[in-house]
Ligand binder design. Sequence first.
Ligand code: NAD
Length: 501
Amino acid sequence: MSTAITAPETSADQAPPQTFDSLDPATGEVVGTYPIFDAAAVNETVARARTAAAWWSNLSFDERGEYLRKWAGVLTRRMNQLAEVVHAETGKPHSDAQLEVAMAVDHIDWASRNAKKVLGRKRVPAGLVMADHAASVEYLPLGVIGVIGPWNYPVFTPLGSISYALAAGNAVVFKPSEYTPGVGAWLVNAFAEVVREQPVLQLITGLGATGEALCRSGVDKLAFTGSAATGRKIMHSCADTLTPVLIEAGGKDALLVDEDANIDAAADAAVWGGLSNAGQTCIGVERVYVHEKVYDQFVNKVTELARDVRAGSDPDAKIGPMTMPSQPGVVRSHISDALERGATAVVGGLDAVGDRLVQPTVLVNVPEDSTAMTEETFGPTLAVNKVHDMDEAVTLANASKYGLGSTVFSKKRGEELARRIRSGMTAINSVIAFAGIPSLPFGGIGDSGFGRIHGPDGLKEFTYAKAVAKRRLPAMLTLTSFSRTPKADKMVTTLTNLRHG
Ligand code: NAD
């Protein structure tokens, strides 16, 4: 039987491994203590994963699918318990944590049921000149995938990589955020209960240096979710070993409100999209561009709804404390910069930012060059600006260096506007909907990263294309031989001319 979580080993004459604490963001109390894996311990874990990968990749898609659905079953039956761990480590309300688990389970199920169809061997046409060959392509697992996760959705986000990588036949070594190691341990333990034969999914814990060691460990791909700044460091570390990377980084998502939009629905979506999870959502709404004809109506509705949202640690609070102690400082600086440059706070303002609890802030008339419009705020704030028309809205939405998600509220022009926004995903007349649809790829462009999790693209991301050409008839034309004749050369010219001339 495997040991899914193997703490770094030490001999009698070595110092015990260093540890770090995971804290309850509401109280600062220690929730758990975890070992810091050094480079040697990371490499040992990856070596174990290699053996596990050989076994796992030899199973059929159906066999792996069975295991994955059993794991999804464990997550579902113990959802309450897992949500409690998420709540303890991130501070988010229990019900939000449950929603996150439910969405993640849906993805495991989809990946397990679709891997064969998406990745399995398929015949493809060989073409006229190569008609004596049969051609096929299949997508084979890369081997061992390193997954580095963030803390804001510590179940949903890393599982977007992990479950698709596993379904594709890879073993995974997972480093959760240092803020949510307990959630990572829970997920890996649950997997080990189901897959007892080999350590197919293993946990390593630690800070940035442990993540860097994973980048340099020789894994076959590194799937990173976190900030763009860390994404750059990951690429540097992975460059030395030419390890391919998937980067799911931050965002500055815009929501567009057209003149014919359902204003109540748009305001509700803006408030939930911007403030839920205390704004700590990569695809959270941060900027809102509203058609001048409906601007006042929209701002009034948003103000009314946002005033009803309270941050707290009690069960009735709609949003929890900020998970990272440093984040309120970032939120304060963005609000302050916007106000200094002429914005107005119609809800909240600088006083809304406490030490750990940050109450909602809605800013209007926010200068486009203020940090509240250019940098990821990652707090419960919304910046709302008036536009003359939707062309201006699209131009401003696209002026960001980020390009993760976006939202459009419009009755007539939703699809047209969605296509014109330069972002990996867009929801029309709802918010964040694309994340809950497992068949849709998830990811961004620009500073939001590259590569995709979820959907068929998310499965292929953890594979390599294997192309096979097999002779099926005696050679009609001998082309790839020094015995090629002038007649064959002429035939190639004739055929090519017939086809393309
Ligand atoms: P972060 O970049 O600080 O950390 C992410 C992970 O990287 C952590 O596990 C951390 O330990 C590790 N790490 C730090 N330094 C490292 C290094 N030098 N080498 C290797 N690993 C290193 O991000 P965070 O604060 O945990 O998460 C918040 C960010 O994540 C936000 O920007 C948010 O938008 C983004 N995010 C993106 C998505 C997405 O799918 N695009 C999803 C969730 C969160």
